[in-house]
Design a protein around this ligand. Structure first.
Ligand code: MIG
Length: 652
């Protein structure tokens, strides 16, 4: 049962697709304080709070303050309150009762979950305008499914997007990209995608290709396709200010860019230098920008990633002018402690400055609205621009799309990646912990940058991270410019990497089936143990996951470990893979176990009465599906498995 309540006069987000009567009663579970603009409730000692999508810290969100305020922050440390997404759905549950809460408002909201006061959950609003949905259900999974059913079906990518992809910010030329493909082929490691970061563009202009470094692009796309590789280019939110550049000219002429109070187009800066931002909230502008993806689709491209759409702002021209003016005051002065810090702050806080988000306006549903009031649905509407356009441009074909910034609703148009993590072991754990939380909010096609984006990685981290990454729908190794190269062929243990990647391909029938069942049935793909098991221990486990109906994962996420403790809520069959066709099986009793896991091994726990199907991978996604299947069963008499198949590209 889902009920809708309304506070004030909220700006619609289009995140909920089902029509609701607004209940006139007071919001259950919460105390409402209009003066403080707060909703609060008392948490019982054993209440757990799971959800909130892409946020820092563990699965149980108790003990921290999370703020929905989409931010381009590449340091996902546990002191942060905001990352790139606002996914404001969570479930409060204990053995006694449970309910779900969705806070639907495009502005800033804070979730103080036992931060100020250990046993209090306080939701505070910048503007006290929101639709609140309260979901009652028989258990957490039921609540999540009911919630998912009101927000619409999750995005379904083409099946090839379940292949392995290599990315790096700084593949500067087509030849560099060819080299990546060559080296993977030489190493015998299947590869289905190579991502093109901003360097493929001409001067970072969206929907252009640099002719000198990527000559004859359609031919190049075709050449790579013939090798089984999809090229997946990035699209940034900012449109370069340059006369004669059609996207700029048209946007200016039609008035499709966001404007300042005085009606001038906002001048901000990102990679191309000065840019304007398309007003993705305006229906016409959104359709116009979406149609531009056709320029690359016509050159053979069938997948994209949308970046910098919080939007990230290096600076606005107005703010920069102010800074230059004020900086004069400090010239030639003896800077004391106070003025030194003020000086430092003047320049240091120039990017993603909150003031800048108040400098421009949208035309949204017939009204002029200041950006900060709708900040959290900007990236969502960029993804929507793409998703809606793909339906027009390619009505019969699925197109790969995932985004950095998101809000619930965007899950219907694309997936997400989890942004600029670091090559830190802690971020492998964060990746594990974020998976179920984003699933709760509708995002199923997701994954983190494997090996870590920022910082220099290490071979063992890439091995362990890949061993977990083979289970995530979006399976991409990505790295920042200037960091240690981390394509798998760069390392010594090529055999181990090859075996792990091939295991991914062997798992595709299972992963794709489970993904499709989750998408079509409003279910979660990754579940915390306590969503299925009611015992106390399960509710404490934050580093293991159930994946689909058949298996549990317990990844190794610490350096120099040759194994780990694993908690089994019931008897399970441990399968220790060294390769898809080289593994041991062992029945383990319910309870705690120390299990060994060498760097070249992947552990999978098969649940009782369940089946893990495996195929024989030959050559990436090209061959998946044709080969013979193997079935690993625990308790084969009771076990059955429903395999989902389709052609992998037609829209469903
Ligand atoms: O500010 O395009 O998250 O994946 O490699 C950096 C360059 C801009 C941020 C993305 C990252 C990408 C990078 N981008």
């Amino acid at each position: 049962m889902v009920r809708k309540y309304r506070i004030g006069n909220p700006i619609p987000t289009d995140s909920v697709v089902k029509e609701f009567q607004i209940s006139e009663e007071s919001i259950p579970h919460f105390d409402r304080n209009d003066e403080k603009k707060e909703l609060s409730l008392l948490l019982k000692k054993n209440d757990k709070v799971f959800g909130l999508g892409e946020t820092v810290r563990g699965m149980n969100k108790r003990g921290w303050l999370y703020t929905a305020n989409n931010s381009d922050d590449p340091n996902h440390t546990e002191n942060k309150n905001s990352l790139y997404a606002s996914q404001n759905f969570f479930v409060v549950f204990s053995k006694e009762d449970q309910f779900g809460v969705y806070v639907d408002t495009p502005g800033k909201v804070s979730f103080d979950i036992g931060y100020t006061s250990l046993d209090k959950l306080v939701i505070s609003f910048e503007d006290f305008d929101a639709d609140i949905y309260i979901v009652e259900g028989s258990d957490v999974l039921d609540i999540v499914s009911q919630f998912r059913s009101i927000i619409g079906r999750s995005y379904i990518p083409p099946k090839w997007a379940f292949g392995f992809g290599q990315s790096r910010w700084s593949y500067m030329t087509a030849d560099e990209v060819r080299e990546v493909a060559d080296k993977y082929a030489e190493a015998g490691i299947p590869l289905d995608m190579i991502y093109l970061d901003i360097d493929y563009m001409e001067k970072y202009k969206d929907f252009t290709v640099d002719e000198s470094s990527f000559p004859e692009f359609p031919k190049f796309v075709e050449e790579m396709r013939a090798r089984g590789i999809h090229l997946v280019p990035i699209i940034d939110a900012g449109v370069k200010v340059e006369e004669g550049y059609d996207v700029y000219d048209e946007g200016v002429e039609k008035g499709y860019f966001v404007k300042k109070e005085n009606g001038e187009n906002l001048l901000a800066a990102v990679w191309p230098g000065l840019v304007h931002f398309p007003d993705f909230l305006n229906d016409d502008a959104r359709a116009w920008f979406g149609n531009k993806y056709k320029v690359l689709i016509d050159q053979g491209i069938d997948g994209f990633w949308n970046d910098m759409n919080e939007p990230a702002i290096f600076y606005t021209q107005d703010h920069l002018d102010e800074v230059f003016e004020q900086i004069e005051d400090y010239k030639g002065k003896n800077l004391d402690i106070k003025s030194f810090f003020a000086f430092k702050d003047l320049v240091g806080s120039i990017d993603n400055n909150p003031e800048d988000y108040r400098r421009f306006y949208h035309e949204y549903k017939g009204k002029r609205i200041r950006h900060d009031k709708v900040h959290n649905i900007f990236g969502y509407n960029m993804t929507r621009a793409a998703g809606e356009a793909f339906e027009r441009i390619c009505p019969d074909k699925r197109i790969l799309m995932f985004s950095r910034s998101s809000y619930i609703g965007a899950h219907r148009y694309g997936g997400i990646w989890h942004g600029d993590n670091h090559s830190w072991w802690a971020h492998l754990l964060l990746n594990i912990q974020q998976m179920p939380a984003v699933n709760m909010c509708g995002f199923l096609y997701t994954g983190a940058d494997i090996g870590g984006f920022g910082s220099d990685t290490t071979e063992d981290l890439v091995l362990r991270w890949t061993a977990f990454g083979i289970f995530t729908p979006l399976f991409r190794n990505h790295c920042a410019m200037g960091m240690r190269n981390q394509e798998l062929y760069r390392f010594e243990n090529i055999d181990a990497f090859r075996n792990i990647i091939k295991l991914r391909y062997a798992l595709i029938p299972y992963l794709y089936s489970e993904f499709m069942k989750a998408a079509l049935g409003d279910k979660m793909l990754f579940k915390p143990l306590c969503f299925e098991y009611g015992d106390d221990r399960s509710s404490q486990v934050e580093d293991q996951l159930l994946l689909g109906e058949s298996i549990m994962l317990a990844p190794v996420y610490t350096q120099n470990a040759t194994g780990r403790y694993v908690y089994l809520p019931e008897d399970m069959k441990l399968v220790r893979f060294r390769a898809y066709d080289d593994y041991d099986e062992e029945i383990l009793q319910a309870g705690d176990h120390y299990v060994k896991a060498e760097l070249n091994e992947v552990l999978v726990f098969v649940r009782k009465g369940h089946v893990l199907p495996l195929t024989t991978p030959e050559d990436g996604m090209k061959s998946v599906g044709d080969a013979e299947m193997t079935y690993i069963c625990y308790d084969s008499d009771a076990a059955s498995y429903e395999l989902y198949t389709d052609d992998g590209v037609s829209r469903i």
